[in-house]
Design a binder for this molecule. Structure first.
Ligand code: NAP
Ligand code: G4F
Length: 346
């Protein structure tokens, strides 16, 4: 039962990068914030421990694979707004675990949306859609671009967008929006995503704790923004008069190679590339050591080569402007990892 007049927001995926930034943002807006988490064998609350301790966020157990748990979470929280950020969000892993990916990223969305609509037809829902849905579509990509996903992750997210966002909005008048977000990163990014893998490994190499690390395709291009800048857009989409989908991106794209070079620069390291293909390496010019090798196991069976978002619609309708430039984003991440690794040393 509702006990306060505060607006109530339910966030699935609150333990993830975006969930933790969004929880902080909504708490600062005066929302009663509820986070759904799944059972884990170790503490899943590291990113939101301060918010939980200060009672700005209430945690409930639930899993997008389990309809009973979703029903219970919705009945117990009576949300005015739901932010569905929970997902198997790793594109590479989606090739290895396609069933789980479809189960959570497609059927899970259906379970949540149906349960939410049954409890409150006026609920407003944000669905975390993705630029991965564009796949092989030529850049720049915007809301009118065709979708051509190449990964099980992209396919599941696209089906969820078509079946539970677009169709439910048309057929049931549900207030549901897809944020088609391009890659966004931060010091809270999972350590297996390429940007964080680079900044963390390079920080460890810089402090002499690691000799080298391995990457896959250095030539894929991504439109990388700062996660902290992006969560406000999720909220803004649900404050509009009409539910609509929006592309959120910086409009700048860089290769993985450039991200690596920029991270080296941010850490005061001088590096150069030598060799070609799988034999290519990066050398630390100050020590002469190889610090990066290519490993074909980090290549994907199918790659999205070039993502570059056109968020003119969001700029117009939501006043969206990315605040953090690419070089500043890399510096924020590199500095945070250097400090974190140093703290662990003392
Ligand atoms: P993330 O850090 O990987 O977080 C994913 C969250 O989903 C975690 O809290 C995870 O819980 C939870 N989760 C996974 N399976 C679940 C299940 N079966 N039931 C309940 N919760 C489950 O991802 P993120 O980067 O914050 O991204 C948030 C959302 O935006 C995701 O849907 C992602 O696909 C989408 N997206 C992200 C980007 C990006 O660049 N970051 C771009 C476009 C779209 P555990 O902590 O227990 O694993
Ligand atoms: O950091 P990534 O794993 O991100 P990816 O695949 O673009 O997916 C992220 O962004 C999507 C939005 O477009 C989200 F929907 C999704 O949830 C996720 O947040 O890989 C980026 C690029 C890829 O081209 C990959 O092949 O980096 C390349 N890469 C090269 N070496 C690597 C590696 N990626 C990872 N994870 N690890 C490597 O060693």
């Amino acid at each position: 039962m509702k006990q306060t007049s505060k607006k109530r927001a339910l966030i699935t995926g609150i333990t993830g990068q975006d969930g933790s930034y969004l929880a902080e943002f909504l708490a600062s807006k005066g929302y009663a914030v509820f986070g759904m988490i799944r059972r884990a064998s170790n503490d899943p609350l590291v990113r939101v421990s301060d918010l939980v301790r200060s009672k700005k966020v209430t945690i409930l157990y639930g899993n997008l694979r389990d309809i009973g748990s979703i029903d219970r979470v919705i009945v117990e929280t009576c949300p005015d707004e739901i932010y569905n950020l929970a997902a198997q969000s790793d594109v590479g892993i989606s090739f290895k675990c396609p069933e789980e990916t479809t189960e959570v990223n497609y059927y899970g969305v259906g379970r949540l949306v149906n349960a939410a609509m049954k409890a409150n037809p006026k609920v407003r829902i944000y669905q975390a859609s993705t630029s991965e849905m564009f796949g092989k579509t030529k850049p720049p990509q915007n809301e009118r671009s065709p979708f051509a996903p190449v990964s099980p992750y992209g396919e599941a997210k696209l089906k969820a967008h078509q079946d539970f966002v677009v169709r439910y909005r048309d057929a049931h008048g549900l207030f549901i929006c897809s944020g088609i977000l391009f890659n966004h990163e931060s010091p809270l990014r999972g350590e297996h995503f390429v940007t964080r893998k680079i900044t963390l490994s390079m920080a460890r190499i810089r402090l002499g704790l690691q000799e080298s690390f391995e990457l896959g395709n250095l030539d894929a291009k991504r439109d990388w923004g700062y996660a902290k800048d992006y969560v406000e857009m999720m909220w803004l989409m649900l404050q509009q008069n009409k539910p609509q989908d929006f592309v959120i991106a910086t409009g700048e794209s860089h290769t993985v190679r450039v991200f690596f070079l920029e991270a080296a620069n941010a850490l005061g390291m001088h590096v150069s590339f030598k060799g070609q293909g799988l034999k290519e390496v990066a050398v630390d010019e100050d020590t002469g050591r190889i610090i990066l090798r290519i490993n074909k196991n980090f290549y994907r069976p199918l790659e999205v080569d070039y993502l570059l978002g056109d968020s003119a619609k969001a700029r117009r309708a939501l006043g969206w402007k990315p605040k953090t430039k690419f070089t500043d984003l890399v510096k924020i991440m590199a500095d945070a990892d250097l400090n974190q690794v140093r703290r662990k040393l003392t």
